[in-house]
Design a protein around this ligand. Structure first.
Ligand code: AMP
Ligand code: GLY
Length: 427
């Protein structure tokens, strides 16, 4: 069948790499894609939020399965658009509808959902412009550090961890009165700080049954030893040793099952990926956030560890037959190191030629493109996160060695990467 992936990052290149290996895949399209996806699929120059444009291409190219990579089209209702259109209704689509996407699109919604369904999470209260005074008083009463979260989508920037009460009060004022995060920050959650170890669990669900995919840990800060500004993600590893059998059983019982049952009880269909950001505190799991899609760069380590035919799993998801499937995990470790433009996540340059990539093809490494473009037959940087270099090995240590061996061969003006990805979890 013909398949369309929506998105343009390392996540979408990884999905394209995996889907293109499926016997079920005929023509593969990525919209808009990048220079990496162009090597294995047809790129379509479409905005992921241009649903009419997507419709036209889906019909013209006889596409039967659409895989939605990023959250924005899901939160904007791409599934609802497909379901409401007679010409698109029959098309398989991976990703929840607008209602289900609220688990990511509104932190207030997801917090209330977790409370309703007794899913362990940090305690929180929501405040608006109208209740600013109450919010400021609340901050006086609770201990620090404290976490402030903009309710809506803020491209990973809407979470502030404040060490002092005064700092938190200033931040709350800025978010609510000066609309620091615009529409996304009209409601702000004041949340208890959880002191623990973070990890991400990924679930593929048809709304009734689910498969738990390999877990991962990502590295969000720009600087080594987790310092500096937050980024989209500077690297990731899988497996994560703190996700042992007992812990994962708790995650399944207290988080995954309760989430799926909760969605069912509330009549919210959900066909797609659920990404659960967790904190392990004193041995127990607490949810810090839900995302309704795969993570980036987590995809670059999770997908290479899945042995199944991904298209087969997607079709089972779409027709509600996931109970017939089981996940086969590659018993190897995967690591990815993200190479970024100097200056990222603040101002950075684009358009620098990339060298050294031709030397990097080995059996156990994959270079996934995130922000690249081809100009005059040569590869150029075209984003903040430029490449994600994945290595496979019999241990995380070996996988990391492979990632870094390739990273060191690749160059462009002012390239930057963290040298400490995975160092904290190598046993
Ligand atoms: P989020 O956008 O919800 O993933 O939050 C960004 C980051 O902030 C997370 O990856 C955590 O490192 C941190 N964080 C979020 N919520 C909490 C919390 N309640 N306690 C401690 N750290 C948190
Ligand atoms: N790496 C975090 C995310 O995709 O949201």
């Amino acid at each position: 069948m013909n398949i369309l992936i929506i998105g343009s990052g390392g996540r979408e290149h990884t999905l394209a790499w995996k889907i293109s290996q499926s016997a079920l895949c005929n023509q593969l399209y990525v919209a808009p894609g990048n220079a990496g996806t162009a090597g294995m699929a047809h790129n379509l120059p479409l905005d992921p939020l241009d649903f009419e444009g997507i419709k036209k291409q889906v019909i013209e190219k006889k596409i039967e399965l659409v895989v939605v990579g990023p959250e924005a089209p899901l939160v904007a209702g791409i599934r609802d658009f497909f379901e409401a259109d007679e010409e698109l209704q029959h098309i398989h689509l991976i990703g929840p509808g607008k209602e289900g996407a609220q688990l990511e699109g509104s932190k207030d919604f997801s917090k209330a959902f977790m409370v309703r369904h007794k899913i362990p999470t940090a305690r929180a209260k929501t405040f608006t412009k109208e209740t600013l005074e109450e919010g400021l008083n609340y901050l006086e009463e609770i201990p620090t550090p404290v976490v402030l979260k903009a309710d809506g989508l803020a491209a990973g920037k809407g979470v502030l961890i404040c060490q002092q009460t005064d700092e938190a009060k200033d931040a709350l004022q800025e978010m609510l009165m000066q609309e620091k995060f615009g529409e996304a920050g009209k409601k702000v959650l004041i949340e208890e700080y959880l002191d623990g170890t973070e990890l991400s669990v990924f679930v593929l669900t048809d709304g009734k049954d689910y498969l738990i995919l390999p877990e991962a840990k990502d590295y969000k800060r720009i600087g080594e030893k987790d310092t500096g500004l937050n980024t989209g993600g500077m690297g990731a590893v899988s497996p994560v040793h703190i996700a042992d059998k007992d812990f994962m059983q708790m995650v399944e019982d207290r988080v995954v099952k309760r989430t799926i049952t909760g969605l069912q009880q509330e009549g919210i269909p959900f066909m797609g990926f659920l990404f659960i950001g967790l904190m392990k505190v004193k041995g127990e799991p607490f949810v810090i956030e839900y995302n309704v899609r795969m993570g980036d760069p987590e995809t670059e380590v999770v997908i290479p560890r899945i042995e199944n035919d991904l298209v087969d799993l997607f079709l089972a998801t779409s027709i509600g037959k996931l109970h017939e499937k089981e996940i086969h995990t590659l018993q190897r470790a995967a690591t990815t190191v993200v190479m970024v433009a100097g200056g990222y996540p603040e101002a950075y340059e684009k358009g620098h030629p990339i060298s050294g990539l031709e030397e990097t093809a080995t059996e156990d490494t994959m270079v996934f493109h995130a922000g690249t473009t081809e100009k005059d037959g040569k590869l150029h940087t075209n984003g903040g996160r430029v490449l994600a270099v994945t290595g496979l090995g019999d241990s995380l240590k070996e996988a990391l060695e492979k990632s870094y061996q390739q990273v060191e061969k690749i160059n462009w003006k002012n390239r930057y990467y963290r040298r400490d990805i995975g160092q904290d979890v190598i046993l």
